[in-house]
Design a protein around this ligand. Structure first.
Ligand SMILES: Nc1ncnc2c1ncn2[C@@H]1O[C@H](COP(=O)(O)OP(=O)(O)OP(=O)(O)O)[C@@H](O)[C@H]1O
Length: 252
């Protein structure tokens, strides 16, 4: 079995005094899609945001335990969070393109890095938009505003923007919940292609989505990791009664 790319060990997170993640330990493996499922408030987004230290932006957050990415503790004193967020990119529920052209959205991170070579930028735009399954739809309007695209197209441009800086891991927080079924399908098939190259963690409220696309599924309840296994086992043969109740729709 491959080495884990991410190791979460005895990790807890407090918003002020409230403990929202409770001593979670789990490994994530390269080239797999892992779904994080559980009812509202169970801590899925908080865990996802802990992995690229987005929670640092929330005042009063403290953590204990470790999250190790490629042998480095993400919460160690020497971690450069700007670099970390290039390696571990994030896509949110609401598509959030910048009010620039499609082209400038995709090259945003490369320009921040100081890349000026037009050929390099052009190539990154084409490759990233192709990987995000949207090249054919936008190749003739690259210099038009990304805000003129549909929600589903905007979300794929946002994914291309993350891919352009060449990350290892993609964190997706309910990336299709604001989209229609056809746009969601496009994103799901894109994710299945992207996992050949990336490690993907996705928070989803859709049991169908989790079972369609993920290799592993983790079920959270009230800040605790209740069960984490191959997706088939979670849905067809859960070991914990609470998992069974949740996946069969009895609560949440
Ligand atoms: N910025 C914040 N400040 C204070 N408490 C927060 C903050 N963000 C989340 N929480 C609390 O942490 C707990 C976990 O929330 P989180 O958003 O991680 O859950 P979730 O499982 O992702 O829920 P949802 O499915 O609704 O997105 C909840 O009790 C929530 O109220």
């Amino acid at each position: 079995m491959a080495e884990p790319i991410l190791n979460v060990k005895d990790f807890s997170l407090y918003y002020g005094k409230k403990k929202s993640i409770k001593e979670i330990s789990m490994d994530f493996y390269p080239n797999e899609i892992t779904s994080l499922i559980g009812p509202s408030g169970s801590g899925k987004s908080t865990l996802l945001r802990s992995i690229n230290r987005m929670n640092d932006l929330v005042p009063g957050v403290t953590t204990t335990g470790t999250i190790t990415y490629k042998d480095r503790n993400i919460y160690g004193p020497r971690m450069d969070t700007v670099e970390l967020r290039k390696d571990i990119g994030m896509v949110f529920q609401q598509p959030n393109p910048f009010p620039f052209s499609i082209y400038e959205n995709v090259v945003y991170g490369l320009r921040l890095k100081g890349e000026k070579d037009k050929a390099v930028l052009d190539e990154a735009v084409e490759n990233s938009l192709k990987a995000a399954n949207i090249w054919d739809e936008v190749k003739d309007i690259l210099h038009k505003s990304a805000l003129g695209l549909s929600g589903g197209q905007q979300q794929r441009v946002c994914i291309a923007r993350v891919l352009a800086v060449n990350p290892d891991i993609l964190l997706l927080d309910e990336p299709t919940s604001a989209l229609d079924p056809i746009s969601s399908d496009k994103i799901e098939s894109m994710l299945l292609e992207l996992k050949e190259k990336y490690t993907i963690l996705i928070v989803t409220h859709s049991m169908q989505q989790a079972s369609r696309i993920s290799d592993k599924t983790a079920f959270f309840l009230d800040g605790e990791l209740i069960e984490y296994d191959k997706t088939k086992s979670i849905f067809l043969n859960p070991k914990d009664q609470r998992t069974e109740d949740y996946v069969s729709g009895k609560f949440g």
